[in-house]
Write a new protein. Structure first.
Length: 94
């Protein structure tokens, strides 16, 4: 029964080759309600795609953490900002 259900999921609900794009659309908030249901139904039955989705989630979480850490490290002093503005003004006026 599980094999038949698995084939149904892959053929009717969503084939494996569509899963990566659907995961990316879901991450971007651009996957419809029906698309989300189809994706979750597929991931519930397909261990390979579920493993892929888990890896994507881990990579996304690590990259988000890294970006947030890097943003905290970036800080410009007022004098640096003023020097940058002066250089831009000089280039515009010349």
């Amino acid at each position: 029964m599980k094999v038949l259900l698995s084939k149904f999921i892959h053929i009717i609900i969503m084939p494996c080759n569509q899963v990566p794009m659907r995961i990316e659309q879901q991450k971007a908030g651009k996957l419809s309600f029906v698309g989300r249901i189809r994706l979750h139904a597929h991931l519930a039955m397909c261990k390979w795609c579920a493993a892929y989705a888990k890896k994507v989630e881990q990579i996304d979480r690590l990259l988000t953490k890294k970006i947030l850490e890097d943003k905290k490290k970036i800080h410009f002093e007022d004098i640096e900002i003023q020097q940058f503005k002066d250089k831009i003004r000089k280039k515009i006026l010349s």
